[in-house]
Design a protein around this ligand. Structure first.
Ligand code: HEC
Ligand code: HEC
Ligand code: HEC
Ligand code: HEC
Ligand code: HEC
Ligand code: HEC
Ligand code: HEC
Length: 340
């Protein structure tokens, strides 16, 4: 997966200041004082974006996928799933350790062949209820290593963990997972919490409490979008297309890139991800929830002379925020809000 995240200078400074400010304490440490956010977040896909493979539904699906004479063979191990590829007298064995993806649309196993990380060629697509070739992998694989998947450079695999987990370090030849919290946890968005917790426990002032933690809700809409965009992607520096999805249909996958090209975002200067999503829970699926967000800026009735056929309490998405496929089994909502 291409990584074209760009963190603007000011934001980078805020972030590095916050990150230098202390160490990580884990989401459980926030629960006693922020039970509401904790209870919703712990069940969210953010929290489950990375799991040990044996804790993911993909484990059983792989283990029960055996076919007679299969080229690929899976066996349960104490700390993962052994995968054996046998083809034309050649055989290799590796171990799957991690499941990337909470299961909204796809779950991709990641493992190691000797000491190198690879992304499995076989992923699970829950909506279709089947295993299939991982999105982005070549159509053909003719030798055991290719059938296993794609070996990833240490840079790439470090960024995979960096977007799906919290407090991932960069080791010499791959990610340093020794301090990792699995999933997108509180401190991935709010910065390391040790100092904030200490100040709170010592009865610090409101100002002290607020300066020891990052609250994206206090940032401008653009700066908030850039925080989410660290992982959800941002337009390449100096190269924001006015119609990104026309240049490359896969861009629909990257909500900030579409949103930032919308009139709603550009003209209002107020539209942020949190206008329509609560970062502590999954995307809502109820129609009126979103129409009510639109109503925050648009009148219920169209402007005179406009041929918009909206009525109050109507679903705006089919005409202004459609879903689009970016590949087999993968559909995303086009965040470039517009008239089609
Ligand atoms: C001992 C209690 C306590 C713990 C533990 C705690 N907080 Fe807080 N937190 C507070 C209090 C009190 C406030 C101040 C609320 C206010 O602004 O009035 C606060 C405020 C915040 C804010 C809002 C800051 C702002 O600018 O409005 C965020 C975000 C936050 N905490 C995140 C966290 C995270 C993440 C953790 C875990 C790493 C955590 N807190 C742990 C007590 C706590
Ligand atoms: C550290 C990387 C990271 C950051 C920062 C991040 N996200 Fe995410 N987000 C993810 C990943 C990874 C997933 C996919 C989770 C899964 O299904 O496995 C996701 C999924 C989502 C979803 C879809 C959840 C669902 O219903 O399936 C929404 C909505 C979302 N993020 C919004 C946000 C918003 C808003 C922000 C900023 C406040 C944000 N994210 C910041 C990594 C991140
Ligand atoms: C720049 C941050 C970033 C990097 C790097 C990254 N991901 Fe993700 N990943 C996300 C976000 C954000 C989502 C949620 C939106 C989406 O599905 O694209 C996601 C979703 C996923 C999903 C679930 C798809 C779905 O919608 O259910 C899988 C599987 C996945 N990533 C695997 C990987 C693997 C494997 C790598 C490394 C080869 C990787 N990701 C690298 C940010 C990232
Ligand atoms: C994906 C990024 C993300 C993650 C993960 C996340 N938050 Fe937040 N949080 C935000 C954003 C964005 C806001 C500002 C918008 C809002 O208030 O919802 C926020 C606001 C808050 C606030 C202030 C709420 C208020 O009413 O002002 C608290 C407290 C907080 N988060 C605690 C937590 C805790 C505790 C966790 C983990 C259990 C957590 N957050 C996980 C992005 C995140
Ligand atoms: C934060 C405010 C805000 C929100 C929320 C918002 N918009 Fe907008 N939207 C605007 C502004 C401002 C414009 C530009 C108006 C202009 O140019 O006169 C705009 C323009 C539009 C346009 C015309 C686009 C074009 O390219 O000409 C459409 C269609 C639209 N919005 C639909 C929606 C829908 C549907 C939603 C909800 C999913 C929504 N908006 C949410 C502020 C918002
Ligand atoms: C104007 C409202 C609006 C804004 C602003 C918005 N979204 Fe969404 N988002 C939606 C809607 C509508 C859906 C589809 C929900 C459904 O029906 O499943 C969605 C779905 C998603 C999903 C789930 C996958 C998909 O594409 O369907 C992710 C991830 C996501 N949004 C991320 C973001 C991020 C990151 C931002 C900020 C850059 C953002 N959204 C801003 C309305 C919005
Ligand atoms: C059946 C399709 C359809 C639905 C549903 C729909 N629209 Fe529209 N909308 C259009 C069309 C077509 C235009 C272009 C009108 C023009 O250029 O005269 C438009 C234009 C707009 C505009 C820009 C011009 C104006 O009238 O202000 C906004 C804002 C807008 N729609 C908002 C919404 C919102 C909010 C909803 C949901 C409550 C919605 N639309 C539902 C078809 C639709």
């Amino acid at each position: 997966m291409a990584l074209f995240g760009r963190v603007p200078l000011l934001l980078a400074l805020v972030w590095s200041a916050a990150h230098a400010a202390g160490s990580y304490v884990g989401s459980e440490a926030c629960a006693p004082c922020h039970q509401n956010e904790y209870d919703r977040h712990v069940r969210s896909r953010h929290a489950n974006a990375l799991r040990p493979i044996l804790q993911s539904p993909v484990a059983n699906i792989l283990l029960h996928s055996q076919q007679r004479d299969a080229v690929l063979h899976y066996e349960a191990r104490e700390d993962g799933i052994a995968v054996i590829v046998a083809l034309g007298g050649e055989e290799i064995a590796a171990k799957l350790e991690w499941a990337f993806g909470a299961g909204a649309q796809g779950i991709t196993p990641v493992g190691r062949l000797d000491s190198r990380f690879f992304e499995s060629r076989v992923s699970y697509y829950p909506v279709a209820g089947r295993l299939a070739t991982t999105f982005g992998h070549p159509a053909r694989a003719e030798n055991p290593r290719a059938i296993l998947g794609l070996l990833q450079s240490s840079h790439t695999i470090t960024s995979c963990f960096g977007c799906h987990a919290t407090n991932v370090g960069a080791g010499v030849d791959g990610p340093d997972l020794s301090e990792m919290q699995r999933g997108v946890q509180c401190e991935r968005c709010h910065g390391p919490g040790q100092q904030h917790v200490a100040v709170a426990k010592a009865g610090g002032t409101r100002a002290e409490l607020r300066t020891t933690v990052v609250n994206p809700g206090r940032f401008s809409a653009k700066a908030e979008v850039e925080i989410c965009g660290q992982c959800h992607r941002l337009p390449a520096a100096g190269d924001a297309s006015p119609a990104p999805e026309l240049e490359d249909p896969v861009m629909v996958r990257f909500a900030p890139i579409g949103l930032m090209a919308s009139r709603c975002f550009i003209a209002s200067r107020k539209l942020a991800c949190s206008t329509c999503h609560d970062a502590h829970e999954n995307a809502r699926t109820d129609v009126l929830y979103y129409s009510n967000r639109c109503a925050g800026c648009h009148d219920d009735a169209p402007k005179s002379g406009s041929s918009c056929r909206r009525a109050a309490r109507q679903d705006c998405r089919p005409c202004h925020m459609r879903q689009a496929s970016v590949g087999p089994y993968l559909k995303f909502t086009d965040h470039r809000i517009r008239v089609y």
